[in-house]
Design a protein around this ligand. Structure first.
Ligand code: ADP
Ligand code: TZD
Length: 584
């Protein structure tokens, strides 16, 4: 048993003489600060100096989920933060462990997910003089540009303040990642237990409501009322806000068609009559007024300009609801900014939507409906085809049908073609059930998000993964098996990054840069850890395997063999690849 566990104040009291003050230490204060703030799960990877911190967390009734690589622990924490509005906690060792976690912290910040990366660090005196300590690194300085805020705590009596600052920074305003640096010496510091307890802070109202100014609400309503072809665009900020009922009411009471960004899918069910997803290109190009609700006009929305937005037909008017005032005008001028939290902004807008609020013109709705019909019919035909080997559509058609019966399932999705096709083919029925590569288009979130989603929701997860995408976090299959999580991973195995058909133009021994081992059996990987592996080559086999694995609620992996020639390089982002001038 570790000395730390033995130094627990209660145990200590029994062995101390009556007049010796009861002591606590940094380890205990950190755990107490987390628990006091309702943070009950740590995702991490142990080693010097934080192993005893993880042990103590478990001994004190918290959940410690141990990973095989810190990036995935960080991703699990980030997605837990997105799902709960409480910062997800990731714990790592110093230097290399910290750096591994930093990618997840930066990704969380980019996606506006609240998380706190806590890393143990080496002695300041040695780090600052660069005298070569074990895992020496100036972590605070390195973290700072990659997250929303970064703090270091040097004295045990400041642990309470350190956590309060970290929690507030993570969840208030635009949510994001926070780094908290805990030097090894701090953890071992002792102080009077009563004073230590008194130094902790239970954060009151960590993400205060931010009401929009009344004149900005009036302006937004006015622009919306005068629209001929209005559109509501829901982003993952809207999903994060947990204002589900009011957002639905706003959409339904105004009668305005809406488009969800990928992680906002399910905020209203994708089968909702007002969803314009199946007419996406049409509505983006044709709308005259677009109300953005927690969505940025970044690359995912072609920066709000160009052909996608029908720029040649004249300027659009944008209304933008966001908590961050500096987001406004970041790409194109915003006619009506509405600054505040989404719940408050939507609540205020709703007050102005009464029976007299004009319904969108009938021809706009009719045109959208006819586009949707056309596109849905052609998609249904594609999904029903049964080519051999399977392609993305036939495999996703099978998955779509199975998942219809599991509206509360968590869906994780990454890859290139696998991501693009699954996003448009698989329907979501409930809010915050789809987690994907997000704002960066990052690969490697698969198993981390799956573990975070399973642990946080207690509900099954299906991860639809390109074979390349899966490889970034594949070792976490062991973590999934160790904690016996209900995660089914489906690998779209087409033998390579994007596709598996490239050849080395020199005829040399090395395969082309995009090519993997042919016909790899990913299903055998999970079997090594006691999970169930399936190898499927047809939609029927895929359907049966997925139904069985969801019903079993156990770790499973389905190796789905896809035509290696299906799909395109970079999926829908082919245009972002710089063109080679083919000069010699
Ligand atoms: P998507 O990728 O789905 O388009 P983004 O991540 O680009 O979504 O945009 C999310 C936006 O939502 C960010 O600009 C962020 O500031 C904003 N946001 C996040 N949470 C809230 C909230 N509770 N209230 C208002 N805006 C929010
Ligand atoms: N590294 C990281 C961290 N993120 C990335 N996005 C990439 C590399 C580049 N990349 C993509 O943008 S998609 C992708 C990579 C490597 C994998 C595509 O192959 P896949 O998917 O097998 O996962 P498909 O569905 O077969 O196209």
């Amino acid at each position: 048993m570790s000395t730390v566990l033995e130094s627990k104040p209660v145990a200590q009291a029994a062995t101390q003489s009556a007049n010796e003050p009861e002591l606590t230490d940094g380890f205990h204060l950190v755990i107490d600060a987390l628990k006091l703030n309702g943070l009950d799960t740590i995702y991490g990877l142990v080693g010097i100096p934080i192993t005893d911190l993880a042990r103590l967390a478990q001994a004190e009734g918290m959940r410690f989920i141990g990973f095989r690589h810190e990036q995935h622990a960080g991703n699990a924490a980030a997605i837990a933060g997105y799902m709960t509005q409480k910062p997800g906690i990731c714990l790592t060792v110093s230097a290399p462990g910290f750096l591994n976690g930093l990618t997840a912290l930066a990704n969380a910040t980019t996606n506006c997910f609240p998380m706190i990366l806590i890393s143990g660090s080496s002695e300041r005196e040695i780090v600052d003089l660069q005298q070569g300590d074990y895992e020496e690194m100036d972590q605070l300085a390195i973290a700072r540009p990659h997250c929303k805020a970064a703090f270091r705590v040097l004295h045990a009596e400041d642990i309470g303040v350190g956590f309060a600052r970290a929690i507030r920074a993570a969840v208030s305003g635009r949510p994001g990642g926070v780094y908290l640096d805990l030097p090894a010496k701090l953890l071992a510091q002792t102080m009077d237990a009563a004073k230590g307890k008194a130094s902790l802070i239970k954060v009151v109202d960590p993400a205060p409501r931010q009401l929009p100014a009344p004149d900005t609400v009036a302006k937004a309503l006015d622009v919306l009322k005068n629209a001929k072809r209005p559109l509501i665009l829901l982003g993952k900020g809207a999903a994060y806000a947990q204002a589900d009922e009011d957002i639905r009411a706003l959409v339904e009471k105004t009668g305005i068609p809406y488009l969800p960004m990928s992680m906002a899918k399910g905020l209203l069910p994708d089968t909702h009559a007002q969803s314009a997803s199946a007419a996406r290109s049409y509505v983006l190009a044709e709308a005259d007024v677009v109300m953005l609700v927690g969505a940025r006009l970044n690359w995912l929305l072609s920066h709000g300009k160009g052909k996608t937005w029908g720029q040649e037909k004249g300027a659009k008017k944008f209304i933008q609801i966001d908590i961050s005032p500096t987001e406004i005008d970041s790409n194109v001028p915003i006619e009506a900014p509405l600054i505040g939290d989404i719940a408050s902004c939507v609540g205020e807008l709703l007050k102005g939507v009464d029976a007299s609020f004009p319904k969108p013109p009938a021809d706009w709705l009719a045109n959208i409906a006819s586009r949707k019909d056309k596109n849905l019919t052609s998609m249904a035909a594609k999904l029903a085809q049964n080519p051999s080997p399977m392609n993305f559509h036939s495999a996703l058609g099978a998955i779509k049908e199975v998942l219809k019966d599991h509206p509360d399932i968590n869906l994780v999705n990454e890859g290139a073609n696998t991501l693009d096709f699954a996003r448009s083919i698989i329907d979501q029925y409930q809010p915050r059930k789809r987690f994907d590569s997000g704002t960066w288009g990052i690969m490697g979130i698969g198993m981390g998000y799956s573990i975070g989603a399973a642990v946080t929701s207690g509900k099954p997860v299906v991860a639809i993964e390109g074979d390349s995408a899966f490889g970034f976090s594949g070792m976490e299959l062991e973590t999934i098996c160790r904690y016996d999580l209900p995660v089914t991973t489906i690998i779209f195995n087409n033998n390579g990054v994007y596709r598996g058909t490239d050849v080395n133009p020199t005829g040399g021994k090395d395969v082309a840069p995009t090519v993997f081992v042919k016909d790899a059996r990913y299903d055998k990987m999970i079997e090594a850890f006691g999970g169930v592996g399936y190898h499927v080559t047809t939609p029927e086999e895929l359907t049966a395997a997925l139904k069985e694995s969801i019903a079993a609620g156990k770790p499973a992996l389905i190796n789905a063999v896809i035509d290696e020639a299906a799909g395109t390089e970079s999926g829908r982002l082919t245009n972002l690849n710089p063109q080679s001038g083919k000069t010699k």
